[in-house]
Design a protein around this ligand. Structure first.
Ligand code: EPZ
Length: 433
């Protein structure tokens, strides 16, 4: 494992370019193998989760050519319907291959997904959707998710829970399922819309993505396409929070401001200045920010993937704030790490009660998951003295060159391998001033 050594106290300033959305790209890479024709995907983030997914479809027989750092060409004609890549268990989006393969081949075997340890991650809504399309679905010994059908038929599916994964997974399978499929009580995140737009660019017939009801008329086959993934609103939001926390001035480029509305509203409410342009947002904070009440909800509500970053920001705000986590049942593990830096946060069930403090002090802290890891880096950027953030591989699952981008904005941050002497690195940074 690697770690970041951070010397806190420098306001971030300058421009940063946001990469493609990891959670859209996972569904799009899975959808790409549903046609036998070549597909070119642009603006693909160069992050662990995506590269593991590309390796998995390559191991299944797909041709995957990397055109450049952010562009791949995929030909899925030779794809088998069995996914054997053990890495599939280490990430969440792998299960999209089940919906894609079921739609294309009417059979699929995929290892049950893993993903960030932020609470229970059941899949019964995915199973419900596939069964209603006519598939026999089982989780066999060893955690293999299998689905098969002699024929699939459009169906009217009402999800019991709003689920990003189940919405995308069933939409994938339904796009090649004869007849009309209606999905209700669906997730409306930008990445749902992006996967639907990609499928439609391949000849699918999907209407209503981004609303409460998605209507899918199955088509015989899908054709090739060239498609660019939307910008990652969570990466953008993370840099917005980092700008506000360090009292900096950042221009965050290659974003869709509409996707950031809930984040922008809360930053503005607590005293940061957010200026929206066509494809960028500028975030400026000079004074100490004030408190707020946050409740995470499915889009367009405040995103759960921004909860740790917001809690970290509020830990330094003036006054008492509350953060209610309504999506996952164990997403406050990182609070203990913030407390070790001097934060005053009490977690009661799914609510964090935050008493703002005037400063944090550096410490050695450990990333429990992807977004909490990013939040702990933000804490290190504002803490007095040095911090070491461990297990940064979690962060690198979803943030491309995170420390490189932060360094380009003035942060004093170095990535070191676990056995490297962090004191030596800290001394070198001290001399750097
Ligand atoms: C996706 O996870 C994202 N991951 C998560 O982002 C994100 O936090 C989450 O959506 C919510 O926005 C990817 O897209 C790869 P859900 P997913 O199904 O699909 C419950 C990140 O940081 N549920 O919308 O797994 C579930 O337990 C990651 O990039 C069921 O009960 O989330 C949760 O409480 C972390 N049964 C809630 O629904 C099911 O069958 C929302 O989960 C499915 C979900």
């Amino acid at each position: 494992m690697s770690k970041y050594v951070i010397k806190g106290g420098k306001p971030l300033a300058g421009d940063v370019i946001i990469n493609g959305a990891k959670n859209a790209a996972l569904g799009i890479v899975a959808a790409a193998i549903m046609t036998d024709e070549p597909v070119t995907i642009e603006n693909l983030p160069d992050v662990w989760d995506i590269n593991v997914m590309l390796d998995a479809i390559r191991n299944m027989g797909a041709i995957v050519d990397r055109i450049d750092k952010h562009t791949v060409r995929i030909v899925g004609s030779m794809c088998r319907s069995i996914v054997e890549d053990e890495n599939m268990r280490r990430m969440r989006g792998s299960y999209y291959l089940l919906g894609a393969l079921l739609g294309k081949y009417k059979q699929a075997q995929v290892p049950l997904p893993g993903g960030c340890n932020i609470g229970s991650r059941p899949v019964e809504q995915h199973i419900k959707g596939f069964r209603q399309l006519g598939a026999k679905v089982e989780i066999t010994y060893g955690g293999i998710f299998t689905a098969e059908a002699t024929e699939l038929k459009g169906s009217h599916i009402f999800f019991d829970i709003v689920s990003v994964g189940a919405t995308i997974n069933v939409m994938l399978a339904a796009s090649l399922t004869p007849g009309m499929t209606i999905l209700e009580n669906v997730a409306k995140e930008p990445h749902i819309v992006d996967v639907a737009n990609f499928l439609n660019s391949m000849g699918a017939n999907i209407k209503g993505a981004g609303t409460d009801v998605i209507k899918i008329r199955g088509v015989e086959k899908l054709h090739g396409s060239t498609y660019a993934v939307i910008p990652d609103q969570i990466e953008a939001g993370t840099f917005m929070m980092a700008a506000a926390a360090t009292k900096g001035d950042l221009l965050i480029k290659n974003v869709i401001p509409k996707h950031l509305e809930a984040i922008t509203a809360k930053l503005t409410e607590i005293g940061a200045e957010v200026i929206e342009n066509d494809d960028s947002v500028r975030v400026v904070a000079t004074e100490r920010l004030t408190s707020a009440q946050i409740k995470t909800f499915a889009y367009p509500g405040f995103p759960t993937d921004m909860q740790p970053q917001m809690t970290t920001l509020l830990a330094l705000s003036n006054g008492t704030s509350t953060v209610t986590e309504n999506i996952f049942d164990n997403r406050f593990k990182y609070v203990d790490e913030l407390t070790r830096m001097g934060a005053s946060i009490k977690v009661e069930g799914n609510i964090a009660i935050i008493t703002g403090v005037s400063k944090l002090t550096g410490a050695t802290i450990c990333s429990p998951d992807l977004r909490a890891g990013a939040a702990l880096v933000i804490a290190g950027l504002v803490a007095e003295g040095f911090s070491t953030v461990e297990q940064v591989e979690y962060i690198e699952r979803g943030y491309e060159e995170f420390e490189v981008k932060l360094k380009s904005l003035g942060a004093q941050i170095e990535k070191v391998s676990d056995d490297e002497d962090e004191d030596r690195v800290a001394r070198k940074m001290s001399f750097a001033g």
